[in-house]
Design a protein around this ligand. Structure first.
Ligand SMILES: Nc1ccn([C@@H]2O[C@H](COP(=O)(O)OP(=O)(O)OP(=O)(O)O)[C@@H](O)[C@H]2O)c(=O)n1
Ligand SMILES: C[C@](O)(CO)[C@H](O)COP(=O)(O)O
Length: 236
């Protein structure tokens, strides 16, 4: 990674599938909010110059407090997100320092991503303009209609499960988000927003352990994976 990188960490979701009163990004993992684990990873990377943290409008003060408590000095902006993930990402891009020519977007609830994977994704982006972390799907995937009838079985060799970070040249990502907003297009990730402009987006192979904490059964799994990561780091 050679360029000046900024990171947008989105954490403005409600976490409805988790079903907890507390939004999932604030639930503890090894005694620390999930979101803090995520931010600490970026804070520790020399290549990342600044971080824009996007949270719910009611959580801005609370998160400013977390940034101070955990000494996350690279978080230069804590801003309110929108009703959809895409709106939150766009708010984060606008809040990043003008010096950041390259931007990676990461889900606050993917605390298990590794520095190695982040670097792999950013290096691919520097070569191609845009790159996303992904893993090949392990299951056979079926397309199914509303009645439960299987319609097709796409060739698994071309299917990848997409993760974050997703990394882009900033001008490309900004223009793609502006266009999506004008055209009222909503995608489930930033690659979709960029793909529709015709710009190439490439895959950087990641790890199956970079899970998005989504439902209650992800929590013990995340605890286990974090513990394993720590043990491996201590061995080195
Ligand atoms: N309006 C939104 C929606 C989502 N996110 C963030 O995008 C990431 C991925 O979203 P997801 O896991 O789907 O989170 P939620 O929307 O919180 O979950 P759910 O769909 O279960 O409500 C999360 O870090 C989430 O906080 C966001 O910043 N703004
Ligand atoms: C961006 C993402 O993490 C890629 O897997 C994902 O799309 C986030 O949100 P989702 O709404 O849970 O799919």
């Amino acid at each position: 990674m050679n360029a000046h990188w900024g990171a947008v960490v989105v954490a403005a979701g409600r976490g409805s599938r988790m079903g907890t009163k507390e939004s999932k990004q604030y639930l503890p993992l090894h005694g620390k909010p999930i979101l803090v684990h995520t931010l600490e990873l970026f804070q520790a990377m020399d290549e990342i110059a600044d971080i824009a943290l996007v949270v719910g409008a009611d959580d801005v003060e609370r998160c400013t407090g977390l940034v101070e408590e955990y000494k996350l000095g690279k978080v230069t902006a804590v801003v309110a997100g929108g009703s959809e993930r895409q709106h939150s990402v766009f708010a984060g891009i606008k809040a990043l320092s003008p010096a950041a020519e390259w931007v990676m977007v990461h889900d606050g609830v993917r605390p298990l991503v590794t520095q190695k994977a982040v670097r792999a994704c950013c290096e691919k982006a520097e070569q191609n303009g845009a790159a996303v972390l992904a893993v090949p799907v392990k299951d056979t995937i079926k397309q199914v209609d509303d009645t439960g009838l299987i319609v097709s079985t796409p060739d698994r060799r071309s299917l990848w499960a997409i993760q974050t970070p997703q990394a882009f040249r900033r001008d490309l990502l900004t223009a793609a988000h502006e266009r999506a907003a004008e055209e009222h297009f909503l995608g489930t990730d930033d690659a979709m927003v960029v793909e529709r402009t015709g710009a190439p987006v490439v895959i950087a192979e990641g790890d199956y352990t970079n899970i998005k904490i989504t439902t209650p059964d992800d929590l013990p799994w995340a605890e286990f994976l974090l513990e394993k990561q720590r043990r491996e780091e201590n061995k080195q």
